[in-house]
Design a protein around this ligand. Structure first.
Ligand code: BGC
Length: 900
């Protein structure tokens, strides 16, 4: 009997579950269960999911408590009528330093249903004020050896029974790697990361509950020079932030009975030296296993011969929690290909240009050594080529203890390379003993673009690897030469593309705070951030201050980034204002359209030189526009009015100075027309002719681009906006120099700094500046996502809360597909041409809507899920525009078929 009744009950349960809305992906400050939040108003986000179409949230309720069980309420939002599911401000009493909070949420939807409570998520507050730090800054006592070996610092301590949790808070002047009881603490590298240290020094928090036990314990830390005092910038400067290597360490152990113990760095710690003889970010690391102090972070280690430490009164008021994802290890590539070059060098090819280092397994005699040099390319003859690293040595040296097999890995350096040269005294080289380890900031992968053209797929691969390799705590220009700096221009140029491939909101939010911190009192934004180069502010570079906050707002719908950066945005616009008598910014140094096309022996004036002040005026207008946009979002109506008036004057001044009455720009380059059109510098009636001049210019170069860093990101977008997507496709598919696919054809696995880093005859561009891993020209990725596959967000409802999907089949592609993990969930646009049918498959995440443009040829038939469109109730037809049928969709999966 029971069984007979059980069946319908199960069925019923399954049915009601399938018509459920549920809540998951709970994030605090964009992170899953973070443990060092220092925002007083942490923001909470979640995702809805439902098997049904048209799912929208109508209300939510959040519960925050201080117990994992959910009891002991700290704050209850009550039922709030709202469709917001991202970045909801916590509204309870001020959270306490070090304390852990648990939260959950439930929602109501537009179908009158409510979800179950979500699973419990949590966040833990970091240390909030200097007074929360009981630890003292310590450094090894005595005079440092001139070769600057890495010091080891340690202490032992006792923990009691009944440990409930333990959190370690650590930072350093220099880089640190900490150990507890013989285990590495955490999986982050190059910590504490790079910020404008004097003003902002990050500490990391680690949950070390599993590493501590009742009884005797020990903690140790090894330090390295890093950005703090190592060799940094192409002027070979050392000690930029200071000359000390110091540690600040605080461990808080909480017991089940409510007591806590705190273990801190103080004058009782001991110090010694270990196996790292020397390290520099650019030059590499020397590790000598004969100097290894085995088990030095175990409690029973005999540190009787160790020296003492000195405490230092270094500041603590610059300490901040870490909000971006730390640098961690990612892909590993085992060596498989050993080459002997014409010069006789032993070279291993990892097949991919990357950022990281190589670990080595090796056996030999004591004192044997092996030296690994790193290079991105081989030269024309096939020899190992390092001239383009300039003064960066990029060499790791490993010295063996001898006997057993040994494993070496550097700690306080990184390299940009595809090849290593192996030299040393350890006998024949087996490539399988060498593994390349890829390092980058642990940003979640959010986007994927693929299409039917394998060269473009390789271009997308190169863009992604260029991004990974240069998002190493700060957005760097390159990972290999004596530079690796946070170049502002490069970062702004690439920022929109970056938001597609990976979750870069926290990465850039952190860096933008350094932009603001290093901005000059007069509003000037230095060339690199953190600023290690000195003064200057260039158009297209300094505009990072307005462009990235706005791009983050668009991609993530995060208003707080605009709030945080508003003063910096405004100060930058005011700087330009002050430089511009008569509203014309025609003063000062500018990089201009960096690395634009310029042929050798240029008798016919083919070089695409764009007047630098024309460019400056365009960026001045753009930054002013973005400031107006931000002021609008933040409700600063006075600023909207003031800067709208200013913007008009800027554009008027542009026309007077740079355009002839018939609409010609003084620089007839692609970049000039692209910027003038992209930033709406020209009055509406003159835009069409300008777009035609742009197309004519492209044709004059036989469908080649000639743009540099500043024109390139907007080139194809401008063409598409003026109905020239076919020309944009011709540029994308062009594979002779200069073009995006030329490097791909030449075997590139990352984006090059120059269009012709390797010339068609296999010789190199000037070694003074020839990186093979520079992401700027990868900015075309944005057009591939937003136009080819057609995924975009409406600016008045950003973060893809109202998305626009507008696929643009063309360019002889048979298919293209983009998937994007938005804050709300997955958004997809896939199109495919099959004989005379176009397939358009769309996924719209819950709690969002999408306006979709479906190509609608005259007399064609459009179906969705096999049904005539007019009969599908979930598809609302909104009109016809430019040969496309516009439909409005709620969440869900849709399969459109267009037959001719
Ligand atoms: C960097 C850049 C940067 C440029 C500015 C170069 O050295 O690598 O990418 O934007 O300088 O001039």
């Amino acid at each position: 009997m029971k069984i007979i009744f059980a069946l319908p009950t199960l069925l019923l349960a399954a049915l009601s579950a399938s018509s459920q809305v549920s809540v998951s992906h709970l994030l605090t400050e964009n992170l899953p269960d973070p443990i060092s939040v220092d925002s007083k108003l942490p923001r909470l986000s979640w995702q809805l999911s439902s098997p049904d179409r048209n799912e929208l949230q109508t209300a939510y309720e959040i519960q925050v408590s201080d117990r994992p069980s959910g009891g002991g309420s700290v704050w209850n939002s009550g039922k709030v009528a709202s469709d917001h599911s991202l970045f909801i401000d916590y509204g309870g009493p001020a959270p306490e330093a070090g304390k852990k909070y648990f939260w959950r949420v439930r929602v109501w939807d537009n179908k009158g249903r409510s979800s179950e409570w979500s699973k419990m998520a949590s966040w833990q507050m970091g240390l909030l004020t200097p007074a929360d730090w009981k630890a003292q800054w310590i450094q090894a006592a005595g005079k440092e050896e001139p070769s600057q070996p890495s010091p080891l610092l340690r202490t032992a301590f006792t923990a009691n029974n009944g440990i409930a949790s333990a959190t370690a808070y650590i930072t350093a002047h220099g880089l640190y790697e900490a150990q507890l009881n013989g285990h590495r603490v955490g999986d982050a590298y190059l910590t504490p990361g790079w910020t404008s240290y004097q003003k902002r020094l990050q500490y990391q928090a680690y949950d070390v509950t599993g590493l501590i036990h009742p009884g005797k314990n020990a903690v140790g830390a090894m330090l390295g020079s890093g950005w703090y005092r190592g060799y940094i910038g192409f002027e070979q400067q050392h000690n930029f932030y200071g000359s000390d290597l110091s540690l600040l360490f605080q461990l808080v152990i909480r017991y089940k009975n409510g007591h806590t113990d705190t273990v801190v760095s103080d004058g009782r710690w001991k110090s010694s030296l270990g196996e790292v003889l020397h390290s520099e970010l650019y030059d590499g690391e020397i590790v000598d296993h004969r100097k290894e102090q085995k088990d030095w972070s175990l409690p029973d280690f005999n540190d009787g011969s160790w020296g003492g430490v000195e405490t230092a009164a270094s500041p603590k008021d610059n300490l901040i929690a870490t909000i971006n994802q730390p640098v961690t290890k990612h892909e590993t590539i085992r060596g498989s290909k050993l080459l002997t070059t014409p010069k006789g060098e032993k070279v291993i090819d990892f097949g991919q240009n990357l950022t990281g280092w190589v670990t080595v397994k090796i056996k030999g005699r004591t004192g044997d050594s092996i030296r690994l040099s790193h290079a991105e390319v081989l030269d024309k003859e096939g020899n190992f080529y390092t001239d383009n690293l300039r003064r960066a040595k990029a060499q790791d040296v490993f010295i063996l203890k001898g006997g057993e097999e040994e494993v070496f890995e550097p700690r306080f350096t990184f390299h940009g390379f595809r090849y290593i040269r192996v030299e040393g005294s350890t006998g024949p080289v087996d490539p399988a003993d060498f593994t390349a380890v890829v390092l980058y900031s642990d940003m979640p992968k959010t986007g994927e673009f693929t299409c039917s053209n394998t060269l473009i797929d390789q271009l997308q691969h190169n863009i992604q690897w260029g991004q990974q390799g240069n998002f190493l705590d700060v957005p760097t220009d390159c990972p290999q030469r004596d530079e690796r700096l946070g170049w502002t221009g490069d970062a702004q140029v690439f920022s929109r593309t970056a938001t597609f491939n990976r979750g870069v909101d926290n990465f850039f939010t952190k860096w933008l705070k350094d932009v603001a911190a290093d901005q000059r009192p007069n509003g000037a934004v230095p060339f690199v951030i953190p600023n290690v180069l000195g003064d200057g502010a260039s158009a297209g570079w300094a505009d990072v201050a307005t462009i990235i906050p706005w791009n983050l707002y668009l991609a993530y719908g995060d208003k707080r980034v605009l709030e945080n950066q508003y003063a910096s945005m405004k100060a930058w616009v005011e700087y330009m204002h002050a430089q511009s008598p008569n509203d014309l910014w025609n003063t000062g140094f500018h990089f201009g359209d960096w690395l634009f096309y310029r042929p050798f022996d240029d008798n016919d004036g083919r070089s695409a030189v764009t007047d630098k002040y024309l460019i400056a005026q365009c960026f001045y207008a753009n930054s002013t526009q973005l400031l107006i946009n931000a002021a609008g979002v933040l409700g600063k109506s006075e600023d909207v009015d003031t800067y709208t008036a200013l913007l008009k004057r800027i554009k008027d001044a542009f026309l007077r100075e740079y355009m002839t009455p018939t609409g010609r720009l003084v620089s007839g380059t692609q970049t000039a027309y692209v910027l003038a059109l992209q930033f709406d510098m020209l009055p509406e009636p003159l835009r069409k002719q300008a777009a035609e001049r742009l197309v004519k210019n492209i044709q004059d170069y036989n469908y080649h681009l000639t743009t540099g860093f500043l024109g390139t990101p907007y080139l194809c977008h401008v063409l598409s906006r003026f109905k020239q997507t076919d020309v944009a496709y011709r540029l994308l598919l062009q594979d002779s120099y200069p073009s995006w696919l030329y490097p791909v054809k030449m075997g590139a696995t990352t984006i090059w700094e120059r269009w012709d880093g390797i010339r068609p005859d296999s010789t190199f561009e000037t070694p003074g500046m020839n990186s093979f891993n520079h992401y700027a020209y990868g900015a075309i990725g944005d057009w591939m996502y937003r136009v080819v596959a057609g995924i975009d967000t409406y600016e008045d409802d950003p973060g893809y809360h109202h998305s626009r999907i507008w696929p643009h089949p063309g360019g002889r592609l048979r298919s293209a597909a983009a998937d994007l993990e938005t804050g709300y969930g997955k958004l997809s646009s896939h199109w495919q041409l099959e004989e005379d049918t176009l397939h358009v498959d769309i996924v719209v995440p819950a709690n969002t809507t999408s306006t979709v443009y479906i190509p609608a040829p005259e007399g064609g038939l459009i179906t969705e899920g096999g049904h005539n469109l007019s009969t599908v109730k979930d598809v609302r037809i909104e009109g016809i525009e430019k040969g496309y049928l516009m439909v409005k969709l709620g969440s869900g999966n849709y399969r459109f078929r267009v037959s001719q």
